[in-house]
Design a protein around this ligand. Structure first.
Ligand code: HEM
Length: 412
């Protein structure tokens, strides 16, 4: 089969590795440069080569044309999904996708999230109390990463003492997902990512086994409800259940951690914005929406081409990968006035941070609620703070996560 590069035609080639750790702001600057260049479709020669989609309208098409753009793999540099890394329902194509999605929807609805708010708030209040007297914390790990893990563990009635281990495992998993720190060996395996996935799967497998033998109230416990659920008149297989467990852990933790890291970074770096929100709490919701747009965490999504066709002049072949850039959509000047500025009270417009179409993020209400509670509970105890002088800040690629964020304040 010919490579994407050999079929580039009029499509310009570029070699841009979207995974490494770079200085903070580098990936946003790259998205802006791609926008300003205006080329709609590139051939990116990274890895096996893939089509990189930067025109906002085409990015939307990739999400919506799910018959052509399949979710058999959602990693542009990795066309062949390792079965142990199956994410359910993300790696299930419509129409079967809906069968799994409908089992999960009730758990992530606004009403269901609201019922959990008091527990989440208490988790966060205790977390902040643990370091508020110290005057310094490395907020990327000790706050942004801990907030979602504590909430997800209590949400699923899992032991809280798994938090530290899960943070490490998800870190290793994500580094491998982006190819950043555990490059593919000659055997095609990323050792760190594989062992992290195996351990997360084993851990979620034991939760699932436990819920089979010691069921909790299925109206109150996600994994009890799932082991008792059916699709097409049969129970879910172990692979399907662990696939849900895996995305619950990695999808739920890393993205929220990244977004909260950016919210804290922004509020520390721009104290005038922070003070405006503290003076007028009604600004918190638009500020969170702007953070979700401006600091786009999922730089782009991958899809696998389902059939040979010509698409906007590109000679697509079944099995090619495409990479559709949310980040360019989110800084489109036709959609967002003054798109390169963070406007605290911007009237929210539809962005692509939570995706679009059948696979749009099921956890968006949970994520937004956690961001709001995390802002409120931090500032209740630490209203004034700044980034430690001299700190050099870096972000990981692919899923754009700030690597460390040392914050300092005057303890009360
Ligand atoms: C700010 C935080 C979050 C961001 C930016 C985010 C972003 C996204 C995006 C862009 C997608 C679409 C991926 C694609 O189409 O390839 C997605 C899907 C998904 N997200 Fe999130 N997410 C966040 C939080 C969460 C949370 C808290 C959970 C649950 C615990 C979650 C669970 C999922 C699941 C299960 C899917 C797949 C949905 C499907 O295939 O139907 N996410 N997310």
């Amino acid at each position: 089969m010919t490579t994407v590069e050999q079929r580039a035609g009029q499509c310009p080639a570029t070699h841009f590795d979207y995974s490494p750790i770079r200085p903070v702001g580098a990936y946003r600057a790259k998205a802006q440069a791609l926008r300003d260049d205006g080329t709609p479709l590139w051939v990116n020669t990274q890895s096996q080569g893939f089509w990189m989609v930067s025109d906002p309208e085409l990015v939307k098409e990739v999400y919506m044309n799910y018959e052509l753009f399949r979710v058999d793999s959602v990693t542009a540099v990795d066309p062949d999904l390792d079965p142990s890394q199956l994410l359910v329902p993300l790696n299930i194509n419509p129409p079967d996708h809906q069968k799994f999605r409908s089992l999960l929807n009730p758990w992530f609805s606004p009403a269901s999230v609201a019922r959990r708010e008091a527990v989440m708030r208490e988790n966060l209040r205790n977390l902040v109390s643990g370091f508020s007297g110290l005057g310094r914390v490395e907020a990327a790990r000790e706050y942004a990463a801990k907030v979602p893990v504590l909430n997800l563990l209590s949400f699923a009635n899992m032991p809280i003492d798994l938090a530290e281990r899960l943070i490490d495992l998800v870190d290793t998993f994500m580094a491998g997902f982006s190819g950043a720190e555990t490059p593919v060996g000659e055997d095609g395996i990323r050792p760190g990512m594989t062992s992290a996935t195996d351990e997360i799967n084993a851990l979620m497998g034991s939760v699932i086994a436990d819920r089979r033998h010691n069921p909790l109230d299925p109206d109150m416990d996600l994994f009890t409800s799932l082991v008792q659920a059916e699709v097409d008149g049969r129970p879910l297989t172990n692979a399907e259940l662990t696939g849900i467990g895996l995305i619950y852990v990695v999808g739920g933790m890393e993205t929220t951690r990244a977004q909260l890291g950016w919210l804290m970074y922004h509020m520390a770096k721009f104290p005038e914005d922070r003070r405006r929100v503290l003076a007028d709490p009604a600004l918190l919701t638009p500020a969170i929406e702007e953070c979700i747009r401006y600091y786009t965490v999922i730089w782009g999504v991958g899809r696998k081409v389902g059939l040979d066709t010509t698409w906007h002049g590109a000679d697509l072949r079944k099995g090619d990968m495409v990479y559709a850039l949310n980040s360019v959509f989110n800084c489109d000047t036709r959609r967002f006035a003054d798109a390169d500025s963070f406007i605290l009270d911007r009237k929210p417009g539809p962005n692509l941070s939570f995706g679009r179409g059948p696979h749009s993020c099921i956890g968006m209400h949970l994520a937004r609620t956690q961001l709001r509670l995390a802002f409120e509970e931090w500032h209740r105890q630490i209203p004034e703070y700044s980034i430690e002088e001299g700190a050099e800040l870096f972000e990981r690629g692919s899923e754009i996560t700030i690597q460390s964020l040392p914050l300092v304040w005057q303890p009360a």
